[in-house]
Design a protein around this ligand. Sequence first.
Ligand SMILES: Cc1cc2nc3c(=O)[nH]c(=O)nc-3n(C[C@H](O)[C@H](O)[C@H](O)COP(=O)(O)O)c2cc1C
Length: 403
Amino acid sequence: MLTQKEIVLGVAGSIAAYKAAEILRGLCRLGARVTVVMTRNATKFVSPLTFQTLSGQKTVCGLFDPVEEFKPEHIALAQKADLLLVAPATANVIGKFAAGIADDSLTSLFLSVRSPIMLAPAMNPAMYANPFVQRNLRILADEGVVIIEPEVGEVACGESGKGRLAPIEDIINQVVEILSGKSPLRQRKVVVTAGPTREYLDPVRYLSNGSSGKMGFALAKAAFRRGAKVTLISGPTSLPRPSVGIEYIPVVTASEMMQALDEHFSSSSVVIMAAAVCDFKPVCRASQKIKKSSSSLTSIELETTPDILKHLGRMKKDQILVGFAAETENVEANALAKLQEKNLDLICSNDLTQKGAGFEGDTNIVTIIDAHRKLLHLPLMSKEKVAEKILDKIEQLLIERFG
Ligand SMILES: Cc1cc2nc3c(=O)[nH]c(=O)nc-3n(C[C@H](O)[C@H](O)[C@H](O)COP(=O)(O)O)c2cc1C
């Protein structure tokens, strides 16, 4: 898959540097020619000899090391690289990249490459959450650097949180995606909605549902990995907000979600409504908390919230519009009716009564139905895998529609 591809693998001084050896092996197995560029501090964690032996290429470390060719190594490499992947990227190199500092081989190379650049940060969760690190990542992402977000989990120092290097398989998949560059989603605007909405009765009480937002977040991240420009409009969730590259718009109520969609719909190519929007809201919203003692409240009068999908279905021009149907009975029949009624291109239905499907868990069981009523039954799988399947289907539709 990566034959003829020249990849420069940058390795910085993180405890995760040893994982770069596995990344290197994976890339070489796919046929890439990989040259490793290490920071001086990275050589304290793994020997350059390890990378040299695995890659069959000289490992570049010092900016002022003697060179065989006339050109300095970082310039020669920059000219032939199809991709610069820095994995692991430390807080330090991220800061230097963002500031345009070039005081070693890796940072000098960073400023001279013309190829796509991908960074896979790895660091202690507090370092990763640090506003300066986050600001630097945003600066880089805004300039088109692809950030492969770290995982949430236990890191080497024993702390837990977001900071562990992304799984090696994910990093390699993203390299393949970016270098094969075939996704019709590339550079297209994809809007994803996620999570529940809240419809308030008074300042503290609301109607809502158990949507965790995981499905929508997985879709947004997967679309971003395929090169789409992603806007994620999300109701309240406890998920860490995707920090870089993805435009994030937090909303609370169905009306706010609709307003955000109105702003973004006409400029989008794909809209995926994974949010579980409340269908009803209290007719009146009390301005003060309703007191148990003083109130004679025994029932709540409800009205319907705006039907966002129907509204988008009416506005639709050449957008691909994807809906979700979470049902507890007549799942397929209800999904098909919703597909037609709302003028959707795809509907992803799930049966909330099935074990492993639905709102809060990490897995889902989805059937994807297209406008020709063609059904694709997916078995129980992680929400990340479901997201990939849905995006595969959307890519097919984009190819059918735009070639
Ligand atoms: C044992 C150890 C582990 C470290 N792990 C990380 C890490 O995972 N991520 C990180 O950003 N910094 C880590 N550091 C700090 C960096 O090594 C330090 O910031 C260094 O200046 C990075 O240099 P470089 O970016 O030029 O490679 C670690 C330091 C030590 C001593």
